[in-house]
Design a protein around this ligand. Structure first.
Ligand SMILES: *Cc1c(COP(=O)(O)O)cnc(C)c1O
Length: 973
């Protein structure tokens, strides 16, 4: 009797594996033969030092397919309860316009883009970010704003340190309004402690006397966390008289109606743009903003997009000043922020583009009107309201009845904010309806009105109500007057604007992005789908714990799996970027030493090849950075490390290394290195950005690391978003678990305090990494690691004759003369080309654009080189296309070397070539237009045209301009 195939075959659970990994068995056999290895496993065994190999496989649940994983996650999501939130406290309901949802948040052209270091292929997203900066400048009335900060609380903490750097008053005291959001106060306190800054909490209403003392800055909240709108103009004068800086945390929607801080003297303004279209998502991701006075712009932290010119004299955007700032200034950097919140910033800016100034003002007016109506009704019902002024938030004195009122609110499907013990708060937002307000009236009537009293009627309010906005603080100035905010208001226009910007950029939906250290792998659609489920998207981070059970489970499972992947005992998912994980990890080390009575241990040893965030984070954690040399092979110089360990023996806090190293090799002496530091009483921090070479193969928590951070937006598939959001979990060994971040505001005590505004940081993107691990399983993840290593070695070998790989390891079992091996990335050495042809690495990077590729990492960690990381997701055909392009470019360089093209006029120096430059009547160059545009035949079928020529970085820094271009300049261009 004929039978079906065995069910084990039909039900193959590993069905996702071939979707994620781009290399099939035949490709793999070919690649192995090219590099001369017997099998994938043999290759990896020969590369990874045996001393660090995992003792056992990861203990993860067996993988399931895409549909099954989604179903399982849906059941977890269903354990969250989505109630209507009136909690406020920095997180509000909002409607993301559907055209933005589908064409930005759900569009890989936006979410798979890389940080815009390569300006020419990032013009679309940088225009969106310039719009963001302009929006913030206009609404705050400040001259300059960045794009973007990680959340409002960390932005406030960064404002504090910016104020400390800039204020003339030498005091170490910072006055914080007790009326600021509690999570903001908490994060400021965490940040202040290691820097020796004293934080003094004073209620805004009682500032008078406090402002007469010594301090370097103050932070106000406008409107205050409980809704009151204070007139702070007199306070600003007092603060300035002390040579101190005035920081305001402000709500952008309120600023459409209220006198903006820039008009009454603020020096720095920070806040969240969450309510501009981004769902609450249990706390993130959202873009925060920071704006400052012009004199402070050179120490403004975070990313700043500026306008420059291209090679043809046309305006073009590029990252200004702060570009790679940490890589240059190291521990003197203004901040450790690298990955920011680009995708949420794009969404917030598009919300403003779509609604325009009148639309935003109407949304705000409606919120303010509903708040006034709610207040009138509540007063009629006898509910005691506190403040007389309000934009969106009311506080009602509830005395003994607080718990009862909050509980009856929950039972009718809404959350109120509970203040102290004797008051509740209500914050309204864009999503509030008449029915919501009637529900709130009914709720409070039960407690304050007599049974016979009728509810207020809407008829009484149809013609408007007396506003609660203070007359003296009404905004009169215009905002968002630039045409970009006044053009794209129909959906057709908006759709085309979004498409037009996306078409200017190269993201993973068009080509590989072979960026070393950044692991631009597949961001699978199934992984992305859950982030917009209402059960994940529409919950407030400070909702009652029993409503967040789904998140609790997600957090617990993901942490358990990541412990398996790293070999650590405890993990916190709170840090919302790698840099924040570094900071949290170093705080844990610091707190550990202090608990041992060793608080003098503050020296952090960092190899010279380290990523710039490492020294910047160490500085923030109050540590002194001591640099350790690297040897000629790119490895940590063990003799120098030994000497430094001895020199600083009693002050040694830790060493901070990256493994495999940023040079892309598995250093064989890593165990010895860890032992050495431990012997001297120090701890070992292993930067986990390169975990894509380790997962399933070796675990840092096993081979000597005490702390690591992961970048879930690299190794674990959260898309890069054009520069964020990220998630940077901090992972520690058992004795450091007590020093992981806590979050008192969310009722999680202990640890080193909060490092993010929300207890789970960028909570709503965690489902992406959960899906990845769930669908890959232990074997699948290991296979991904091995394939990533295979692909990097394939590229290294194929390009060897053209561009030698700078650092390799001999590997175990490789005979003399056999090629050295790399880990999951390789550094191509282009430094010799300058002498022979005048070509530098940047020229090759720009010429790759003409070939339709995003450049590899340029000049990090070694100047004059390109670092290539193909990842496991790229198909062999794409690897070969990249190799073909690189070889063709090397042949072009040979033309220059042979003197056929001048060193200053050739396809590399003039790259990228725009269509406009090729269509000019005059063609003065010694190579043809065909060579410029179609150097390899396949480009005739599929060609990406750079929208601008080579961007002039120096010009942009000399003429710093960071808002939307005036229309006149656009017209001239
Ligand atoms: C990306 C990276 C970081 C910083 O991570 P962010 O998420 O960008 O803050 C730190 N170290 C290394 C080696 C990295 O590649």
């Amino acid at each position: 009797m004929p039978s079906t195939p065995p069910l084990g075959v039909l039900e193959n659970a590993a069905e996702f594996l071939p979707r994620h990994i781009g290399i099939d068995a035949a490709d793999e056999a070919h690649m192995l033969s090219v590099i001369g290895a017997a099998s994938r496993r043999a290759l990896v065994d020969a590369i990874v030092p045996h001393a660090i190999a995992r003792s056992q496989a990861m203990d993860l649940p067996p993988p399931v397919g895409e549909a099954a994983a989604l179903a399982e996650l849906k059941a977890i999501a269903a354990q969250n309860k989505v109630l209507k939130s009136f909690i406020g406290q920095g997180y509000y309901g909002t409607h993301m316009p559907a055209v933005i949802l589908r064409n930005v948040l759900e569009n890989p052209a936006w979410y798979t883009a890389y940080t815009p270091y390569q300006a020419e292929i990032s013009q679309g997203r940088m225009e969106a970010l310039i719009n963001f900066q302009t929006m913030v400048c206009d609404l705050t009335a400040m001259p300059i704003a960045n794009a973007s900060m990680l959340d409002e609380a960390t932005a406030a903490a960064e404002a504090m340190t910016l104020a400390r750097r800039s204020a003339k008053n030498p005091s170490q005291r910072f006055i914080v309004s007790a009326d600021a959001h509690p999570q903001t106060i908490e994060v400021i306190q965490t940040r202040a402690a290691p820097l020796g800054i004293e934080v003094v909490l004073v209620p805004q209403a009682a500032w008078g006397a406090a402002l007469a003392g010594e301090y370097f800055g103050v932070l106000a909240q406008y409107p205050a966390t409980h809704g009151r709108i204070d007139d702070l103009r007199a306070d600003v004068a007092l603060v300035h008289a002390r040579q101190a800086l005035f920081v305001v945390a402000a709500d952008l929607l309120a600023l459409t109606l209220l006198a903006p801080p820039g008009e009454w003297g603020a020096d720095i303004v920070v806040g969240s743009t969450q309510r501009f279209g981004m769902p609450m998502g249990a706390g993130g991701p959202h873009a925060a903003y920071m704006a400052c006075r012009d004199e402070l712009k050179r120490s403004l932290p975070g990313r700043l997009v500026g306008v420059s010119v291209d090679a043809h004299g046309n305006p073009a955007y590029r990252l200004a000043l702060q570009t790679r700032e940490q890589h240059i200034r190291r521990e003197k950097a203004t901040s450790n922020i690298c990955t920011a919140q680009v995708l949420p910033a794009v969404i917030a800016s598009m919300y403003a583009v779509y609604h325009g100034p009148a639309g935003l003002a109407r949304i705000a007016e409606r919120v303010a009107a509903y708040t006034a109506i709610l207040a009138q009704g509540l007063r009629q019902l006898g509910a005691p309201l506190r403040a007389q002024s309000a934009f969106d938030t009311l506080v009602i004195d509830t005395a003994e009845a607080t718990e009862k009122i909050a509980a009856s609110a929950v039972s009718t499907g809404v959350n109120l904010r509970i203040y102290a013990k004797n008051a509740v708060g209500i914050s309204l937002d864009e999503t509030t309806t008449r029915a919501d307000i009637e529900l709130l009236w009914r709720l409070f009537a039960q407690h304050f009105a007599s049974a016979s009293q009728a509810l207020p009627r809407w008829d009484a309010f149809e013609n408007g109500v007396a506003t609660l906005l203070p007359e003296a603080l009404r905004r009169s100035s215009a905002f968002l007057t630039h045409p970009v905010f006044n053009t794209h208001h129909s959906e057709t226009a908006m759709l085309r604007y979004l498409r037009q910007l996306a078409d200017k950029d190269l993201a993973l939906d068009r080509c590989m992005i072979p960026l070393g250290s950044c692991t631009m792998k597949l961001n699978a659609t199934s992984e992305m789908i859950p982030i917009t489920w209402p059960e994940f998207a529409h919950v407030h981070p400070f909702a009652p714990a029993d409503q967040l059970q789904g998140y609790r489970l997600l957090d617990a499972q993901l942490r358990a799996w990541l412990c398996q992947a790293t070999g650590y005992a405890g993990i916190s998912l709170q840090p919302n970027a790698g840099s924040q994980g570094e900071y949290a990890g170093l705080l844990a080390i610091r707190a550990y030493h202090a608990a041992q009575g060793q608080s003098q241990r503050t020296v952090c040893l960092i190899p010279s090849s380290a990523h710039g965030t490492n020294p910047a984070s160490a500085q923030m954690a109050g540590m002194q950075v001591v640099v350790v040399a690297c040897d000629a092979q790119g490895n940590v110089d063990m003799a120098d490390l030994r000497a430094k360990c001895a020199q600083y023996a009693d002050r040694l806090a830790c060493v901070m290394i990256t493994y495999p190293s940023t040079h892309g090799v598995f250093e064989t002496q890593v165990k010895e290195l860890c032992d050495l530091v431990h012997q001297h009483g120090g701890r070992v921090y292993i930067d986990g950005a390169n975990m894509n070479a380790l997962v399933g193969v070796a675990a840092p928590g096993e081979f000597g690391g005490d702390v690591s951070h992961l970048n879930l937006h690299k190794t674990f598939c959260i898309p890069h978003g054009g520069g964020g959001p990220g998630v940077g979990p901090v992972c520690v060994v058992a004795d450091l678990v007590p020093y992981l971040p806590g979050h008192a505001t969310a009722g999680i005590p202990g640890g080193v305090g909060a490092v993010s505004a929300a207890p789970l940081g960028n909570a709503s993107v965690l489902p992406i990494s959960w899906m990845y691990v769930r669908m890959m399983g232990a074997e699948g993840l290991r296979r991904a690691t091995e394939t990533a290593i295979l692909s990097a070695n394939y590229i290294s070998v194929r390009l060897r004759e053209h561009y030698p790989t700078l650092y390799t390891s001999a590997g175990q079992g490789t005979g003399p003369g056999e090629p050295g091996r790399v880990a999951h990335e390789c550094i191509l050495d282009l430094r010799g080309l300058k002498e022979s042809s005048g070509v530098v690495a940047e020229d090759v990077a720009k010429r790759l654009i003409d070939y339709g590729f995003h450049a590899p990492t340029l000049s990090f960690p070694v100047p004059g080189t390109l670092m290539v990381e193909p990842t496991e997701s790229e198909p062999l055909a794409e690897l070969d296309r990249f190799i073909e392009a690189m070889i063709a470019i090397r042949d072009e360089i040979r033309e220059i070397e042979a003197g056929r093209w001048p060193q200053d006029d050739n396809p590399l120096k003039n790259a990228p070539h725009t269509a406009a430059s090729l269509l000019q009547t005059e063609w003065p160059h010694p190579y043809s237009r065909e060579v410029a545009a179609y150097p390899v035949p396949r480009l005739r079928q599929n060609k990406y045209w750079s929208p601008v020529g080579r961007v002039d970085n120096v010009y942009g820094d000399r003429h710093l301009f960071c808002s939307c271009l005036p229309v006149q300049d656009l017209a001239e261009a």
